[in-house]
Design a binder for this molecule. Structure first.
Ligand SMILES: [Zn+2]
Length: 250
């Protein structure tokens, strides 16, 4: 096989490989995207649950504080009953009013905390619903990915081996050019020669459509000339046998 024939075989297997890889990558990307969205919803859930715990802890503290005040109220009531002078009575009554006021303030604080918890729980309900939805979508994406892996995984391995074999047949410097062009042009490492006008010796690259100097066509006519590349896009040029035949002097 000539170098060009070997490059063409590599090109074909490389294209199939890239096609399959792209299908697998898109399933993988979809799955990762869904995973990320689920993570965002879960973070929000975690945040809401943490906030709820803080409010619950504060209610606990208020209740402890309230119980202490209740004991004080109880004590002042007893003092009130055992007061012997009017002055004593008035003094205790004033203290009792103060602690009752404090008790009321704590009750209000507890109500506020409970209202905050209610609001959080309402949002939690919504976000939990979103999480369930996202989990379902993620499961579908995961199944698709698994299915695609099973469906094309073994073919992908075969093609990878085929590509290695085809590549091993090509000298290192030419292979480096091929790989570079394939990476730059999304797998389109090669282009054919388009005849624009034979009489005017006008030829163009089939991929980038740029004009090809006639010397490149002359080089391509020589099967042993090595790699000939498009002067504009750098792709490896391939001359169709049909065109070669027509251009060969009879
Ligand atoms: Zn080109």
């Amino acid at each position: 096989m000539t170098l060009m024939e070997r490059l063409t075989s590599l090109y074909r297997v490389d294209q199939q490989l890239r096609g399959l890889q792209t299908r697998l990558d898109s399933a993988q990307r979809y799955f990762s995207g869904q995973q990320k969205q689920l993570d965002v919803v879960r973070e929000r859930l975690e945040e809401l649950r943490t906030r709820r715990r803080h409010h619950q802890a504060r209610i606990g503290n208020f209740e402890t504080e309230g119980a202490t005040i209740d004991q004080q109220v109880e004590k002042f009531r007893n003092d009130l009953n055992s007061a012997t002078t009017n002055k004593q009575y008035t003094a205790v009554l004033s203290e009792l009013d103060t602690v009752k006021e404090a008790r009321k303030k704590i009750d209000d604080d507890i109500v506020e905390e409970m209202e905050a918890i209610e609001r959080i729980e309402e949002e939690l309900g919504t976000v939990e619903g979103q999480e369930a939805e996202r989990r379902k979508v993620l499961k579908v994406a995961e199944d698709q990915l698994t299915e695609r892996r099973e469906e094309i995984g073994s073919r992908l391995e075969e093609l990878q081996l085929e590509r290695e074999t085809a590549a091993s047949d090509i000298p290192a410097s030419e292979l480096a050019v091929f790989d570079e062009m394939a990476n730059v042009h999304d797998g389109e490492a090669m282009a054919t020669v388009e005849e624009v006008n034979r009489r005017h010796r006008e030829y163009a690259c089939s991929e980038c459509n740029m004009h090809l100097p006639f010397e490149r066509i002359v080089s391509l006519m020589d099967r042993n000339s090595g790699l000939v590349r498009c002067s504009a896009c750098g792709r490896i040029l391939l001359m169709q046998e049909e065109l070669r035949g027509e251009l060969t002097p009879k």
